[in-house]
Ligand binder design. Structure first.
Ligand code: NAD
Length: 352
């Protein structure tokens, strides 16, 4: 754990043990050069505290790069609430309120919204003690609501950039797109892709989602075990992190990977593995910023829905810039995106 914290290049980490619930709260502040550290609150059980801290550090860094590559005025931060395996859900509201108090105590160092394991309803509870630092409450409580649709809209625009780069045409007509995860992001993305004329396949592990997409919408279901072996033009991961790795990459039968899931690469070498296989990778932190951008814009900058859509569609230009930089400099797309982001985060030539 000590080594993990020593090696991290972020600004600070706040760790609190919440005795009444047995949960650990970790808030990681990675880089505030461009603005207030802002990122979601992830709530789940990890194998141990170290794994939870590790996730928080990695996710916070991802947020710094996400805002910087998009040139959006926010800093990187993330919170993780590591709940015990046998967590008593009855204790959830009080835990969330104590977490809100902690965010409030930080006095604006960190602002947060939902992530895996938390929802706008949870933000309503956290905001009782954490206001005004909580985004994405339910519309009934004055928030902009679920960020999934805006994230999906950004991913959709990123996929347009992918098609333009690969096929010289930003058209999805008849492109075979395989979406992993038909939840908040994947489900909305699927609707946009169908509307644009793409041939959509999907995979999910949730029976209800499978029934909805396969039986009601008539989409081809790919068994989760077959996801990496299925031929398609674009693979869109919208479920889990770490799925692009030394085992899965050699199996991929796609031309590009472009999806909303966070931390898709198991390790940074995986970007080079994809590049080596001539698979165009849209870096996750560049393509999945739409939700954060729209919610922050609507809740703090007075954006209308139209203005949010217009700004989120800039994901397409961001990705085009990344792809062109990668091509011009002969580096993989993740390295190109990091180079662009580092220049904004650390100045000079992006060197720290
Ligand atoms: P979600 O929980 O609504 O949906 C995830 C879906 O993936 C669920 O339907 C789940 O059943 C499915 N799934 C889980 N494991 C799977 C597997 N092995 N194979 C196939 N499907 C599987 O979550 P979400 O909000 O849609 O987020 C999805 C991803 O996008 C996460 O990595 C999240 O961090 C990232 N993300 C979300 C947002 C947002 O605005 N919601 C923003 C940025 C990034």
């Amino acid at each position: 754990m000590e080594e993990l914290l020593k090696q991290w290049d972020g600004e600070e980490v706040i760790i609190r043990y919440d005795k009444p619930s047995g949960a650990w709260i970790i808030i990681a502040i990675h880089n505030t050069r461009l603005g207030t550290a802002t990122g979601g609150t992830r709530m789940k059980s990890y194998s141990d505290l170290k794994a939870a801290v590790q996730d928080a550090l990695k996710l916070a860094e991802g947020m710094s790069f996400k805002y910087a590559v998009a040139n959006f005025p926010r800093g990187g931060g993330k919170a993780v609430i590591h709940v015990p395996n046998d967590f008593d859900e009855q204790k959830r509201p009080e835990l969330l309120k104590r977490y809100g108090s902690l965010v409030c105590q930080l006095g604006g160092l960190f602002e947060t919204g939902p992530d895996v394991g938390t929802s706008p309803d949870d933000m309503d509870i956290i905001a009782e003690t954490g206001d005004p630092y909580i985004f994405c409450r339910t519309p009934a409580k004055g928030g902009a609501g679920d960020s999934g649709p805006a994230t999906a809209f950004g991913v959709y625009n990123g996929i347009l950039a992918v098609c333009e780069h690969l096929f010289d045409q930003a058209s999805l007509e008849k492109k075979r797109i395989l979406v992993q995860g038909g939840g908040s992001v994947g489900g909305h993305l699927i609707d946009l892709l169908i509307e644009a004329g793409a041939t959509v396949m999907f995979s999910d592990i949730d029976d209800q989602t499978v029934r909805l997409l396969r039986d009601k919408k008539g989409l081809t279901f790919i068994h989760p075990d077959k996801i990496f072996d299925t031929p398609c033009d674009i693979f869109a991961p919208c479920a889990l992190g770490g799925i692009l790795n030394k085992n899965s990459i050699p199996r991929l039968k796609c031309l590009a990977v472009a999806g909303g899931a966070n931390n898709q690469l198991a390790e940074s070498a995986d970007a080079e593995r994809l590049w080596g296989r001539q698979i165009l990778y849209a870096p996750d932190y560049a393509i999945n910023i739409g939700g954060a951008m729209a919610i922050i814009g609507i809740e703090t900058m007075g954006w209308s829905k139209q203005k949010a859509d217009k700004n989120v569609s800039s994901v397409r230009q961001t990705l085009t810039q990344i792809f062109e930089t990668a091509k011009a400099e002969g580096i993989n797309t993740d390295a190109a995106a990091r180079r662009i982001a580092r220049k904004r985060l650390f100045g000079n030539h992006g060197e720290k």
